[in-house]
Design a protein around this ligand. Structure first.
Ligand code: CP
Length: 315
């Protein structure tokens, strides 16, 4: 693996899931990363991604440096040929080249603006790092995807699944803010690679990018979609068609104990952070059906498996 910026960078998903589960059993740190440095740049806040990826690097023996880009560092210009007379003091060309001398792997988090679909889909920040860095680049959640989260989700389903072909439902839920489609996009991609019956349920107007969901059934009646579900992945996202807009805040879609009863005693997943009683009700999050903590725990082993593959490729 040269970079991990999208799910398609994984050649063998099942092999990587198995490797992550082996790493989870390890009782001591590895040495493959000894003398290597992971540099992480965050253009947006994070709890899980930041700390689990730092921990993953350290469990591989790496040194880890973290910087809040823009606030701790100079504001970056990404436009080629720009006359730099604004508040952006450093161009990505120099920044990525300099970081490549300090780091063996660069990891970047950069959310979308949700204003201009074409611009967000161009993944300017992530792709500029790929273009101008001379070391591998890892996506810590970008404008359109969160592939480290998706790998942790696949690991969690693999650990918990008891059936040959489980039913997995990705369900939209209300939220007070307009959120990116990155997490549901990557989950939809990974779920299509699993041996499962996978359906998506969301209100009219919230269908995800059809280039990502492909032939996955999209059901606009949540109760119907939840029937017999073994796993329910609850998540809010903003509209793709009316790009970046919050069309409604329909609390009938909040994942409640009543909704859980429609399922096959489903395991309930969410990437976190989750707005309690808005996205998922207390009674569900506090029940044994919720696997969100285990899911967040697996972020470490997903990141460790990915960083290890990249280090092995570099050797
Ligand atoms: N799930 C996730 O990416 O969490 P953070 O935003 O806290 O990193």
């Amino acid at each position: 693996m040269k970079n991990y910026t999208e799910l398609s960078d994984i050649q063998d998903l099942q092999g990587l899931v198995t490797e992550a589960l082996e790493l989870k059993k390890a009782t001591s740190a590895l040495e493959i990363g000894k003398g290597k440095t992971l540099g992480m740049l965050f253009f947006n806040p994070s709890l899980r991604t930041r700390l689990s990826t730092e921990k993953a690097g350290k469990l591989l023996g790496m040194d880890v440096m973290v910087m809040n880009a823009g606030s701790d560092s100079w504001k970056l210009e990404f436009e080629d040929g720009a006359v730099m007379d604004t508040d952006k003091a450093e161009h990505i060309k120099e920044a990525a080249a300099v970081l490549s001398q300090y780091c063996d792997i660069i990891a970047v988090r950069a959310f979308p603006d949700l204003k201009d679909r074409e611009k967000d889909e161009a993944e300017v920040v992530l792709n500029s790092f790929k273009k101008y860095a001379s070391v591998p680049v890892v996506n810590l959640e970008s404008a359109t995807g969160h592939p480290l989260q998706a790998l942790a989700d696949a690991i969690t389903i693999s650990e918990l699944n008891k059936k040959d072909k489980p039913k997995i439902v990705l369900s939209w839920a209300p939220h007070p803010k307009a959120l990116p489609q990155s997490v549901p996009n990557s989950f939809a991609e990974v779920a299509q690679k699993l041996d499962a019956e996978f359906v998506i349920t969301n209100p009219e107007g919230y269908d995800l990018n059809p280039a990502i969901t492909k032939n996955v059934p999209v059901i606009h009646n949540q109760d119907e979609a939840l029937k017999d579900a073994d796993f329910v992945y609850v998540k809010n996202w903003s509209s793709y068609d009316n790009y970046g807009e919050k069309l409604n805040e329909d609390r009938n879609w909040t994942f409640s104990a009543e909704k859980l009863k429609l399922t096959n005693d489903a395991r309930v997943m969410h990437c976190l952070p989750v707005r309690r009683n808005m996205v998922i009700a207390d009674e569900v999050l506090d029940s044994e059906n919720s696997v969100v903590i285990q899911q967040a725990g697996n972020r470490t082993f997903a990141a460790q498996a990915v960083l290890k593959r990249i280090l092995e490729e570099k050797v």
